[in-house]
Design a protein around this ligand. Sequence first.
Ligand SMILES: Nc1nc2c(c(=O)[nH]1)N[C@H]1C(S)=C(S)[C@@H](COP(=O)(O)O)O[C@H]1N2
Ligand SMILES: [Mo]
Length: 234
Amino acid sequence: MSPSKSQDALPPGQHEIGSLPRFGLPDYMHRFPSETKLAGLDIGGDISQPCRLSQELESLQRVDQESDFHCVTTWTKRNVRWSGYRFSEFFETLVRPKAEGDFSFVIFRAQDGYRVGLQLADLLQPDVLLADRLEGKPLPVANGAPLRLVAPAHYGYKNPKHIASINFYREEFIYRKGLSRVIDHPRARVALEERGMYFPGRFLRWLYRPMIGKTRRQFEKALQDHLAQTDQAS
Ligand SMILES: Nc1nc2c(c(=O)[nH]1)N[C@H]1C(S)=C(S)[C@@H](COP(=O)(O)O)O[C@H]1N2
Ligand SMILES: [Mo]
């Protein structure tokens, strides 16, 4: 059984869409990765030997997975085909030997400045991947090149694209301030509709849903402009 592949009912408050759009928080709409091929992945935080990995990833077992992808704004793309490496194997094989002690919290930093924290226990689930391929092709810029996290049980905002570094910490801490803290639930589990902090998931559905169309169009337009520019430059 592949995790999260389903014909069954959608999670609470979600509706299905036909393709996986380029999507995200408006702040990141016009920001793009400078490296679209994996040059290096910085491993840091409370790690005794911080390091930069690149080729090492290829020593891990490649895993193909079909899973549903759920954005907190209520859209879902079903049966997305990813390929990459299990986060748990990555952690045990490449990180653990460089680290002393126990970790419980992880912060991802992305090339576009995006930053997000997850609990290590959630990342060690078997359906969590560091993905570098989508639908049989290298991950496109739109969906996270060169490397992104896929954590199907958690809303899209816990699935960082364009990963630049992965930082491991002994204890969880507050890494966001102000309004962006309100929208970040520490776990953001889709099945429990943990869309955000303080406000119930059912309320946030209603708040987010009207934003989908415009956000999608703006993200797509920004991508087309970016691709046209990079074409010209090369
Ligand atoms: N680096 C980065 N990762 C990100 C985001 C972003 O803006 N920047 N947006 C998040 C949100 S809110 C969603 S829904 C998904 C969207 O993934 P997609 O563009 O492949 O559909 O990426 C998540 N990861
Ligand atoms: Mo999202």
